[in-house]
Design a binder for this molecule. Structure first.
Ligand SMILES: Cc1ncc(COP(=O)(O)O)c(C=O)c1O
Length: 373
């Protein structure tokens, strides 16, 4: 049995920096020496490169994934009280973005792949519904074909929350190009992350693109002439320069994630629930989430053995203290409720080695086979 010298951390942004330190240091120095720090050449170039990567006409950098969602809804003309349908098992920021834009989140339940269940959409659509925000949770795309079809039928826009799905594919098309717009976060531990906060919106819609450029910068194109009401949600030059370097590695880092996930799959599929890749998908394993009963004892055992785990997410959003006024009944969400009690996210990042993963598997199998819980 292998036992690594260092504990297995859930993520390793420092190790990732060290792997490409020279290129990153050079990019940051280039910005520092340029004397131009917000919305400049680096942001423009990154926007072109990221749009090309996602397969869209446009990308607009902004300050975070949360604001990418809010800005997109604002650009689409969402109004106070409009309803936006999403899922309750997502990260709270999905809902923060919807509320920031003045809209009301409406939840529907998920399917067995942790994603919005398209079959439940029709019943949730009301006269006030303006948009659907499905979440490509954990790094795999939702059933966009079915969701887009319902949206077309009701004349609604679909905005992908792609904050966990940089590079994920559905039938050869990438997350961010599968709906009306795609929203990304570049938080440091994302598959594509910077060294602070950052975000972007991708789209093929020239009007949405133009409005996003305005709204992220106080509604001005010409300095001090404000055409529409906006906010400050700008991506800075240092983060854009870092993202330009890291974007070149994203495919190979995602491939490493996939290879490590395959090791987890092969070792763990007999002892607990493991993720599955849906037909036509390329899963990028932002998170590797297993399911097991009594996860607390497993998490405790792994912690004692130097292995860090997390839960994404322990409470459905309607059960979070801050969002109970959304007032949904847990019994309306059987799949969300069941999974919330069983999920555990294991360490998985491109700087992990195969033997790290083997060690985590050894420990999980040891604990689950002992039945000591
Ligand atoms: C699914 C999802 N949506 C939205 C966000 C918000 O991104 P940010 O933290 O950059 O605001 C995140 C990031 O945590 C996320 O995982």
């Amino acid at each position: 049995m292998t036992s690594p010298d260092t504990p297995i951390a859930f993520s390793a942004p420092l190790e990732q920096y060290q792997e490409i330190k020279d290129e990153i240091d050079e990019a940051i120095a280039r910005v520092l020496n340029s004397g131009w720090y917000v919305l400049g050449r680096e942001v423009e170039e990154f926007e072109k490169e990221f749009a090309a990567f996602c397969g869209t006409q446009y990308a607009v950098g902004c300050a975070s994934g949360t604001e990418a969602i809010a800005l997109t809804l604002m650009a689409l003309g969402i109004e106070q009280g409009d309803e936006v349908i999403t899922v309750p098992n997502t990260a709270v920021p999905t809902v923060c973005g919807i509320i920031m834009a003045g809209a009301k989140p409406v939840f529907i339940d998920i399917d067995s792949s942790y994603h919005m269940d398209p079959k439940q959409l029709d019943a949730a659509i009301s006269k006030m519904t303006r948009s659907i925000v499905p979440v490509h949770l954990y790094g795999q795309t939702v059933d966009m074909e079915a969701i887009n079809e319902v949206a077309r039928h009701h004349n609604l826009c679909v905005i992908e929350d792609a904050c966990q799905a940089h590079g994920a594919e559905l039938r050869g098309s990438r997350a961010g190009s599968l709906g009306h717009a795609g929203c990304f976060s570049f938080y440091p531990t994302k598959n594509l992350g910077c060294f602070g906060d950052g975000g972007a919106v991708t789209t093929d819609d020239p009007e949405v693109y133009e409005r996003l450029l305005l709204i992220r910068n106080h509604g001005q194109k010409k300095r001090y002439y404000h055409q529409v009401r906006g906010i400050n949600s700008r991506l800075d030059e240092i983060q854009a320069a870092v993202l330009r370097v890291k974007l070149k590695y994203l495919d190979s880092w995602n491939e490493r994630r996939r290879n490590l996930a395959a090791v987890y799959d092969s070792r763990l599929s007999d002892v607990c629930g493991v993720p599955f890749e849906k037909d036509g998908n390329c899963h990028t394993y932002h998170l590797y989430v297993i399911r097991t009963r009594n996860r607390e004892s497993l998490q405790e055992f792994l912690k004692q053995n130097g292995i860090e785990t997390l839960i994404h997410y322990p409470l459905p959003i309607y059960s979070q203290e801050a969002y109970r006024d959304i007032n949904r009944r847990p019994e309306d969400f059987p799949q969300t409720e069941k999974f919330a009690k069983e999920i555990v996210s294991l360490p998985l990042h491109p700087q992990m080695t195969k033997s790290d993963v083997e060690y985590v598997c050894d420990k999980i199998i040891e604990h689950l086979n002992a039945g000591s819980f």
